[in-house]
Ligand binder design. Structure first.
Ligand SMILES: [Zn+2]
Length: 340
């Protein structure tokens, strides 16, 4: 089969690789119907050292079950499914608490920008979709694999609810869907920090009440001006760079919560008296336990109450996946759909 493989920064190739086959009795093989390029793929695209053995890319996909191990009884060939970006058994103590990303049997997918994917723990991982594979809802349903559920995770862990104000740091797909999620959970005011007008316009459509284009200390000052000097109750950080973290702790209200869902590209950050401790700030966030949110978010997508798939502004076929990376890296595209 054909698959996208990264060999280092800026070097993505589409190659012929071995067809996946079920190895364990709990595995399934899924033929990919649609996949996409993620902001976290871009972190690698910018920084990965060159490697002789490439890294299979992609962790978001919708597909059709083709083959199952003999222990997989809840799924059958022909089922259309969405996969969370991480697989898990969905039966252990951590999964039952909704922490699927910490499942000892789990892991993060790689290799979804391909014609087919091997899915470990298929029954605990895949969620059947009640639509056909040519449904117009597919782009929105694909966002459940990562970017929409991640925006939702940011809003949930921050405690967004009616009466609360929130700032979203970052106008990538996760930031915009954090706006949509905050709106859906009833946030009273949503300040979106981003400087790409086409993206922040979509953010307004998703529910942002204010947009702040300034960055760094000026951006912090602007959010504080908008909130009577106080900052917002919750801050959803959807970038992952240290300056975005510093902005997040700069705009949070005393007693507030900062949730980080951008994959951190740093190990150390200020948490002292003037940044976090003095204001009784709570830091939360982490990788999204997607499987625990899909059933809750699915009905609004199926019934058209939300349209998270609007974040896709370009589509390429699998052979042109490298062009998708380049376009997202150059910020010509917000999020690129990949169709085998
Ligand atoms: Zn588990």
């Amino acid at each position: 089969m054909r698959a996208a493989v990264m060999y280092g920064a800026g070097d993505v190739r589409v190659e012929t690789v071995a067809d996946p086959k079920p190895r364990e009795s709990t595995d399934a093989v899924v033929r990919v119907v649609s996949s996409c390029v993620c902001g976290s793929d871009l972190h690698l695209y910018r920084s990965m050292p060159a490697v002789p053995e490439g890294l299979p890319m992609g962790h978001e996909f919708i597909g059709v079950v083709e083959d199952t191990g003999w222990d997989v009884t809840g799924l059958k060939s022909g089922d259309l499914v969405v996969a969370p970006f991480s697989y898990a058994d969905n039966t252990c103590a951590l999964c039952r608490e909704g922490l699927h990303t910490s499942c000892p049997e789990g892991g993060i997918f790689s290799g979804a920008q391909a014609e087919a994917v091997l899915v470990p723990h298929a029954e605990g991982t895949l969620v059947r979709l009640p639509v056909e594979e040519d449904s117009a809802l597919l782009p929105s349903l694909l966002t459940l694999a990562d970017v929409y559920t991640t925006g939702h995770h940011a809003a949930v862990t921050a405690g967004v609810r009616p009466g609360k104000t929130t700032t979203v740091v970052g106008d990538g797909a996760v930031g915009l869907l954090a706006v949509l999620s905050a709106r859906r959970l009833g946030a009273e005011r949503i300040i979106l920090m981003g400087r790409h007008t086409d993206r922040t316009d979509l953010g307004r459509r998703f529910g942002a009440t204010d947009v702040v284009a300034e960055r760094g200390p000026e951006g912090i000052e602007r959010v504080r001006e908008l909130t009577g000097g106080e900052g917002t109750h919750t801050v959803l950080e959807a970038v992952g760079h240290l300056d975005a973290y510093e902005t997040a702790v700069g705009v949070v209200r005393a007693g507030g919560v900062v949730s980080r869902v951008g994959v951190p590209q740093y190990e150390q950050a200020p948490i002292g008296f003037s940044t976090v401790f003095g204001g009784n700030i709570t830091l939360t966030g982490g990788p999204t336990p997607v499987r625990s949110y899909i059933q809750e978010l699915l009905p609004d997508v199926l019934e058209g109450r939300v349209e998270p798939g609007l974040v896709f502004d370009r589509s390429v076929d699998l052979e042109r996946t490298p062009e998708g990376y380049r376009a997202m890296h150059a910020r010509e595209a917000l999020k690129v759909l990949v169709r085998p």
